[in-house]
Design a protein around this ligand. Sequence first.
Ligand code: SAM
Length: 143
Amino acid sequence: MLNQDQIALEKNKQACSWFGSYGIVPHLAGVVNAKKILEIGVAYGYHADFMCTVLPGITYVGVDPFQANYDPNDIFCYDVQRLFDAVDSQNAMDRLFNAVSSNLKKFQGRASLEKSHGLLPISFKMRVLILCISMVITRTRAL
Ligand SMILES: C[S@@+](CC[C@H](N)C(=O)[O-])C[C@H]1O[C@@H](n2cnc3c(N)ncnc32)[C@H](O)[C@@H]1O
């Protein structure tokens, strides 16, 4: 059964505009016949859910600091705080980590989430690049 935070995450999908780019990773994974995907910057876990659903043979690892106010120019932490109606920003990010971890359990060990500490904020483009590189490395090691 879903808890309140998982329900809030599910409802938030309607308001999220990130889905338009999600098809690119399964496409690239197919090109390199990837077996593992490392996502740097997991946020709501929507992309993780999408990739694990459309790529049933993949093992997924997500890494994210889930750290409040990691970048003063990024409104993401404020959005999370508002989503959970939380007074404390770090509490909201901790709840997000727990809710995303719970959502990934349905993939029965194929998907895991790591809370990373001490990482510098990195741009979205850089995260996409790292994601692509990590898929190519995984493919190369599998050969
Ligand atoms: C734009 S969201 C990620 C969106 C997600 N990849 C998707 O496609 O749905 C940005 C995320 O990056 C995380 N982040 C910021 N700096 C990071 C870093 N140095 N390493 C890993 N994650 C980071 C933030 O905590 C936030 O959850």
